[in-house]
Design a protein around this ligand. Structure first.
Ligand SMILES: Nc1ncnc2c1ncn2[C@@H]1O[C@H](COP(=O)(O)OP(=O)(O)OP(=O)(O)O)[C@@H](O)[C@H]1O
Ligand SMILES: [Mg+2]
Length: 241
C-alpha cells in the first residue's frame, strides 16, 4: 500500500506547524518516518540542512496513543526518555521533579497512570517527550481524546510552554480550529495516498487568545482550510465504501 506520495514540506526552527487530513491519509506514517522508525521507500528527509543516516533518537515524538506504562509511576514514566538516553536515574528524577509544576503534575509523581484524568495523562506523555530534550517535537493528536473544555485549556497551556521554550513543534490534529489557533502554518493532506494539498500561513498575531477564534480573520483562515479538507474526506470515504 502506498501510504504517502508527494509530501513536500519545510519546517523552520522554532515554528509551530500543524498537519491536518482525513483519517488514514498517512499522518502517523509521516511521523514514524520523521522519527526514524520507518524508512521511506522513496524521498528524503533533511534535518539541519543535512541528511542523517538515521533519524532515530534525534527527534522528540509523542505517538498517537499516550503509551504511559501502567506499571510505572508518573515519575518513572516521564523519565523514560532520559533513562533511555543513558541519564542516571537520580538525575533524571531531579530534572523531572523540577518540571512537574509547569506540567500541572506536582504532587502526582508517585501516582499510577490509571489514576490520572485524561488531561493529566496527556500532560505526562508531553512531559516525557519534552524531557527527552530534542529541538523538534512531533505531537500526534495529543488532545484528540479530550473533552472540549479540557482541550481548550490544554491548547492555551501548550502555547505558553511553546512560547517559553521555543522548540519546533509539528502537531497532528483533526480539528481545523485547533490547527488555526495554534499554528504558524497548516498543511492540509489529501486522502490516501497522502499528499500535501495546501499549505497555509496563519497570519494571526501572537500571543493568541480565545477571543480571536470568533474574529472574521480567524474564520476566513478556517474556511480556506475546510474546503480542501472536506474534499479530501469525501474522496477518502468514497474509496473505502
Ligand atoms: N504497518 C503498516 N502496514 C500496512 N499499512 C499500514 C501500516 N501502517 C499504516 N498503514 C496504512 O497506511 C495508511 C495511513 O495510516 P496512518 O496511520 O498513517 O494514517 P493517519 O493519517 O495517521 O490516520 P488517523 O487520523 O486515523 O490516525 C492507512 O491506510 C493504514 O492502514
Ligand atoms: Mg494517525
Amino acid at each position: 500500500m502506498t501510504a504517502l506520495e508527494g509530501v513536500d514540506i519545510d519546517i523552520r526552527a522554532g515554528e509551530f506547524v500543524s498537519i491536518i487530513g482525513p483519517s488514514g491519509c498517512g499522518k502517523s506514517t509521516l511521523f514514524n518516518m520523521l522519527a526514524g522508525l520507518i524508512k521511506p521507500s522513496a524521498g528524503k528527509i533533511y534535518l539541519d540542512g543535512g541528511e542523517p543516516d538515521s533519524l532515530l533518537g534525534k527527534i522528540g515524538y509523542m505517538p498517537q496513543k499516550d503509551l504511559l506504562m501502567p506499571w510505572r509511576t508518573v515519575l518513572d514514566n516521564v523519565t523514560l526518555g532520559l533513562e533511555m538516553d543513558g541519564t542516571r536515574r537520580r538525575k533524571a528524577r531531579a530534572q523531572a521533579m523540577e518540571e512537574l509544576p509547569r506540567f500541572g503534575l506536582k504532587g502526582f509523581e508517585q501516582r499510577w497512570p490509571r489514576s490520572l484524568s485524561g488531561g493529566m495523562r496527556q500532560r505526562a506523555a508531553l512531559l516525557r517527550t519534552f524531557l527527552a530534550g530534542r529541538e523538534v517535537m512531533l505531537l500526534d493528536e495529543p488532545f484528540g481524546a479530550l473533552d472540549a473544555l479540557t482541550r481548550q485549556a490544554m491548547q492555551e497551556w501548550l502555547l505558553e510552554l511553546w512560547a517559553t521554550d521555543r522548540k519546533t513543534v509539528v502537531f497532528i490534529t483533526h480539528d481545523v480550529e485547533e490547527a488555526v489557533y495554534l499554528s504558524d502554518r497548516v498543511h492540509v493532506m489529501s486522502g490516501r495516498p497522502g499528499r500535501v494539498e495546501l499549505s497555509l500561513d496563519i497570519t494571526l498575531p501572537r500571543p493568541r487568545s480565545y477571543e480571536m477564534t470568533v474574529s472574521p480573520e480567524f474564520n476566513a483562515l478556517k474556511q480556506q482550510l475546510l474546503e480542501p479538507l472536506h474534499e479530501a474526506s469525501r474522496k477518502q470515504m468514497e474509496e473505502v465504501r
